[in-house]
Design a protein around this ligand. Structure first.
Ligand SMILES: Cc1cc2nc3c(=O)[nH]c(=O)nc-3n(C[C@H](O)[C@H](O)[C@H](O)COP(=O)(O)O)c2cc1C
Length: 458
């Protein structure tokens, strides 16, 4: 389908990786480093993003202590709670929190996301993750994670049921009419009675339909299952892409799958990650990159690399290429699938030694990376956008908050001057910002009106 209605402006998110995407960046700042895993850091970054009129700030999450945060700031705060606090310090910025479909009850997560939308005046987004890994499963009474397929079958049901719970109140159910004394019109609320292979929930939700109708849905799958889920439900699709061509191909696939789900592909924003270092000149930016790489604890880097590619750390020799005979051909199906595939492709193509990979692990191995003067960064973004490779970017500054400040103060004005990015927020909600309609209630009026069954709370 022609990309005819392609929106004229980029969508830009800030990916809040505490301290910045370069693992050693937190050591560069004069701050007390505890700050980076604390709420004030989230608020500081959010305010910078809002000053730049960015669409949203995104907080990833894994319900497990996985990457051993001993060498970099961890991301421990529950994202929905942290963003609820950030909502009090911002007015227009979207707030995208990760929520696991593997390790949550659908009633609780649907309610939490709706609550975030209510208290932020319609700025909530949900990054739908079918969390992988036995370590997470063991935190929820299981010995092993569901396999990849089952995780995604559960995720489809989880989102279906969430949509029905959000629509279990008609928009006019919350009457709050003092004259009649009716606070809620019971006839405009209904059970959902959702029964699936993995999910069963009666409903209704215990709060009204949220300002956006449904929070904005986000997904970051890279496998066939992941792309199918994203194409069916997501308004925003994050991705790990290293070349313009691979991103064009990924976006084409997502749009094609969306048509298969009878969706208009122009309502989906594909946002690859963009790692960036912006400075006055390219030479300054490259120097900053070297300085940040030098702060990268090699012990941490080599362990993180071994974990990502699924080989024992002892098998990695600094002056040799990766032990290709040990590297599992398709990775280990975990949540880093996109990172794994892109890193392996780059290392093979460029015949990189382990030392060279470690030096670029901060940036340049997985997500596309732009290190340079503001115009250079803007040029790369414009080239990808105009080539139809993406609908914008998930901005990943090498260091936070300084890198976000540099991006907002130096690159955003260039994008605005070129007519590629907004100069002000068009409305109140995240859907307004993204140019997305407020979805109608998924039930017809006839579906409402049956009395809500009362079950005595024995
Ligand atoms: C930008 C981005 C953000 C992600 N955020 C999370 C996250 O917060 N939690 C998580 O468990 N996985 C996260 N993932 C991993 C994806 O959800 C997904 O599992 C991964 O891309 C592998 O794809 P697949 O599941 O289709 O195999 C993220 C991936 C990307 C690219």
């Amino acid at each position: 389908m022609a990309d005819a209605a392609r929106q004229k402006m980029m969508a830009l998110n800030l990916n809040l990786i505490p301290g910045g995407v370069f693992p050693g960046a937190w050591r560069a700042s004069g701050e007390d480093a505890h700050h980076f895993s604390s709420l004030p850091h989230y608020i500081e970054c959010a305010k910078i993003a809002e000053a730049g009129k960015l669409d949203a700030i995104f907080v990833a999450d894994m319900p497990t202590w996985r990457f051993k945060g001993e060498f970099r700031p961890f991301r421990g705060l529950d994202p929905t709670l942290a963003l609820a606090a950030v909502a009090q310090h911002t007015t227009h910025l979207g707030l995208i929190a990760t929520g696991s479909t593997s390790y949550n009850s659908v009633f609780n997560l649907a309610r939490r996301m709706s609550t975030l939308d209510h208290i932020s005046g319609g700025r909530a987004g949900w990054n739908i993750v079918a969390t992988a890994g036995d370590d997470a499963a063991m935190n929820f009474g299981m010995e092993h994670s569901l396999d990849h397929d089952a995780r995604y079958r559960r995720a489809h049901e989880f989102v279906e049921a969430s949509l029905q719970l959000w629509d279990s109140w008609a928009d006019d159910a919350w009457v709050a009419d003092k004259a009649s004394g009716v606070f809620v019109d019971d006839k405009r609320i209904r059970h959902v009675d959702y029964v699936g292979e993995h999910i069963k929930v009666k409903g209704p939700l215990n709060l009204p339909r949220c300002p956006q109708g449904h929070p904005v849905l986000v997904q970051a799958g890279s496998s066939e299952d992941g792309i199918a889920l994203a194409a069916r439900f997501a308004d925003i699709v994050y991705s790990v892409q290293h070349t313009l061509e691979s991103c064009q191909e990924f976006r084409r696939k997502v749009r094609e799958h969306a048509v298969g789900w009878h969706r208009d592909p122009d309502t989906i924003r594909v946002l690859p990650g963009l790692i960036n270092i912006v400075a006055g000149t390219e030479a300054e930016a490259l120097r900053e990159e070297r300085d940040l790489q030098d702060l990268h604890a090699e012990h941490y880097a080599i362990n993180a690399l071994a974990l990502l590619i699924g080989v024992p750390v002892e098998a990695l020799e600094l002056n040799k290429e990766l032990p290709w005979d040990l590297v599992p051909p398709d990775g280990h199906g975990g949540s880093q699938q996109g990172h794994f595939a892109t890193l392996v492709a780059t290392a093979k193509r460029e015949k990189l030694t382990v030392r060279q990979i470690l030096a670029r692990q901060g940036g340049g191995m997985t997500h596309v990376t732009a290190v340079g003067a503001p115009e250079q960064v803007a040029d790369l973004m414009e080239e990808w956008f105009r080539a139809g490779a993406c609908d914008g970017f998930n901005i990943m500054p090498a260091s936070l908050p300084t890198g976000a400040k540099a991006f907002v103060e130096a690159v955003v004005p260039i994008l605005q001057k070129r007519g590629l990015f907004r100069t002000d927020y068009p409305g109140e909600t995240l859907r307004d910002t993204l140019g997305l309609a407020r979805p109608p209630v998924g039930f017809s009026d006839a579906d409402f009106g049956k009395p809500i069954m009362r079950v005595s709370a024995r």
